[in-house]
Design a protein around this ligand. Structure first.
Ligand code: OSB
Ligand code: MG
Length: 368
């Protein structure tokens, strides 16, 4: 495939509703878009780094700099036969997986469009709709939480994840479980606890959670293994799993029983497929995470989540939960069964609404 130009954009979009996690509250999402063009076609990718280094070390500013100075020049330095080779082309740059993913995923979209097939087909997808769940931020009151959960359940979503932090964990879980005895319910701590908090996490064991996501620090695989041994509930890792190899280490230690896959976190689609396959070999179920993406990143996620080992509902919900309007046409909608359709057009299979992109753009750069 030939890639002739790469365009970078930094955008800001207001969220439909402010989102609060253990690491902070945001009402506006800043993110980067990457557009690669060649042979008359264009592919789009989204870099999921956030404005602040709170979920992970990368930010929109670090990703912008490393894309401009290193990653884009490396990709433009010669042809790549297949998008799976983009990762190798960028491998002399250490880290910066979110920046790499934005560029690599744009190349996958371009490649699939050049072949005239849906992205899911070239990634190895096997289903035409994916199971959808919601991620609900920390709420000011249990009443407000109930309203958010009621909305999601009546819309048909297949599972509910709530964000928790020390001091806001048992009360919302008990409240929701009493209200919804059979709901598929889980919590995500975004690394807010330490091993000293084991008893607070053990208190959640009584409430039939499907999993506890990333309770401890990103680097604490060993502590996650100790914690998992002391819990009945499955530990799921998000932030800690930056590669397929890190997942193998986590499995060897017994640090988790479930894995959240986000292509942005691991460096793109090729590494996500390697991670997905490693989990399948170990009998570890996976689900697709979310990073409050616009419709462009969301489309990539939907295609990737059509691979066979994505056996649990993911954090990929309808466009209208995040941005009104979204940047793509058609927008993603949830069915009454709590599913999203995998688009069947070429590439990501949705059109990028360029005037909305331009309207939300803060910075813009075309290379070479
Ligand atoms: O930990 O899964 C996370 C959003 C931003 C950063 C990290 C996370 C999240 C979410 C939202 O949980 C998932 C979504 O996009 O709906
Ligand atoms: Mg998470």
């Amino acid at each position: 495939m030939r890639i002739e130009t790469v365009e970078l954009r930094r955008l800001r979009l207001p969220l439909v509703r402010a989102f609060e996690t253990s690491f902070g509250r945001t009402d506006t999402r800043e993110f980067l878009l990457v557009r690669v063009a060649g042979e008359g076609l264009a592919g789009w990718g989204e870099c999921v780094a956030e404005q602040d280094p709170f979920y992970s070390a990368e930010t929109t500013a670090t990703a912008w700099g490393v894309l401009r100075d290193h990653l884009v020049p490396a990709l433009l330095s010669g042809p790549v036969a297949h998008p799976r080779d983009v990762w190798t082309r960028l491998s002399h740059v250490r880290g910066h997986r979110m920046a790499k993913a934005g560029l690599e995923m744009a190349a996958w979209d371009l490649f699939a469009r050049q072949q005239g097939v849906p992205l899911a087909r070239v990634l190895g997808g096997t289903r035409d709709e994916i199971a959808s769940g919601v991620s609900i931020g920390i709420q000011p009151s249990l009443d407000a939480l109930a309203t958010r959960v009621d909305e999601a359940v009546s819309a048909g979503y297949q599972r509910v994840k709530i964000k928790v932090k020390p001091g806001y964990d048992l009360a919302p879980v008990r409240y929701l479980r009493e209200r919804y005895p059979d709901l598929a319910l889980m919590v995500d701590a975004n690394a807010a606890y330490t091993l000293e908090d084991t008893s607070a996490l053990q208190a959640l064991d009584a409430w039939q959670l499907t999993m506890i996501e990333q309770p401890l620090d990103e680097e604490d695989l060993l502590h996650h293994a100790r914690l998992q041994r002391s819990l009945r509930t499955a530990v799921c890792l998000d932030e800690s799993i930056v590669s397929a190899r890190r997942a193998e280490e986590a499995f060897a230690l017994g640090a988790c029983r479930i894995v959240n896959i986000k292509p942005g976190r691991v460096g793109g689609h090729a590494e996500s497929i390697a991670l997905h396959d490693a989990c399948a070999r170990h009998g570890v179920p996976v689900w697709h995470g979310g990073m409050l993406e616009s419709g462009i990143g969301r489309a990539h996620n939907v295609h990737l989540a059509s691979l066979p080992n994505f056996s649990l509902p993911g954090d990929i919900a309808a466009s209208a939960r995040y941005y009104r309007p979204d940047l793509v046409d058609p927008e993603f909608v949830v069915s009454a069964r709590g599913t999203l359709c995998v688009p069947d057009g070429p590439g990501i299979g949705v059109a990028v609404v360029e005037d909305r992109v331009v309207h939300a753009t803060l910075d813009h750069l075309t290379l070479p």
